[in-house]
Design a protein around this ligand. Sequence first.
Ligand code: 13P
Ligand code: SF4
Length: 374
Amino acid sequence: MSLAIETKNIAKTNSQNGTIVSAASQKYGILARPKLEYTDEIARITAPLYQKVKSVIPAAEWPIYAPLIYAINKLKAERGAVILAHNYMTPEIFHCVADFTGDSLQLAIEAANCGANIIIQGGVHFMAETSKILAPHKTILIPDAKAGCSLAASITVDDIAKLRAKHPGVPVVTYVNTSAAVKAVTDICCTSSNVLQVIESFGTDEVICIPDEHLANNVAKQTKVKIITFKGYCEVHDQFTAKEINDFRQQDPELTVIAHPECPPSVVDVADFSGSTKAMIDFVKINRPKKVMMVTECSMSDNVAAEVDDVEFIRPCNLCPHMKRITLDGILNSLLYLKDEVHVDPKISILAKGAVERIIALNKAQPQQISRNN
Ligand code: 13P
Ligand code: SF4
């Protein structure tokens, strides 16, 4: 039986006017939508923010973003809310309204640690669910509850039960890109920043690592532990090919290539470095390659390019359609109407919390070293 947990905008119909009212909006109240005009005052107030993103956002587009950015930052302060933005958010979100940015692990830790009672997740649904698991008493909002993930959709509780039956006693390591129900039946979670550390933490000869087959096969090359895999894929990273990378390298032998470990092993094999989104960003900021190709979701190159002007970015990238559901307009609506509120069944949440907290404890004990090719 599948214990499917879905984001529910726990809502009831307002008998007065027939509108749908969420539990969070009943608690905190909804606000009126402000006028969104690009006035001289808004241009002046948002000018320092435009300076941060001017290399990646054309001046002609700024009058569309600026009123939304101004309204979001004002309402965020009024609500006492915090915006967590994944590294794949677009630059106007990442650099202009986010309070915390990072990879999956960093955002999960921040959700638990930050003082705010209202958190807006700039990321996909499994990230918002992970925040809710770690901070069950907080109001977790996702601007678009349909922002899913091909990896999270690839595996069910039944699949884990079948794997356990086939490999009795073998520990199950589950990538954080999964539903709360799947996390609840796993032994420990991992992210791309600590998968090797997590796999080796058991001291066993074998580990089941699900659902991303590429991530599992990439880490298998770095350990003696036998990795049992599952056929799940990130629809964004799975599209990259070694031929594509090699063609770029041939045109430009000085090119530095860094790849996310959700890419096929043949791609990671021809890269100079592989690591989580945070590790990829750190690599560029520290090493300052003359020309770099970040083999991952498109917005990440934009976000780093806005900060480092001495690095040239070569961009064969793929967009994540789920991440791109999160927009400034959606964030503004979350702040105004407290939607879409994320709920996780408390019984499932307690079990899933154990699996997520175990990675955070491991991370504290020994910060992860990221794999480097060659
Ligand atoms: P990290 O940010 O943890 O590297 O994960 C990437 C990802 O797949 C997010 O969708
Ligand atoms: Fe999922 Fe891939 Fe999109 Fe990340 S980039 S949310 S793993 S589909």
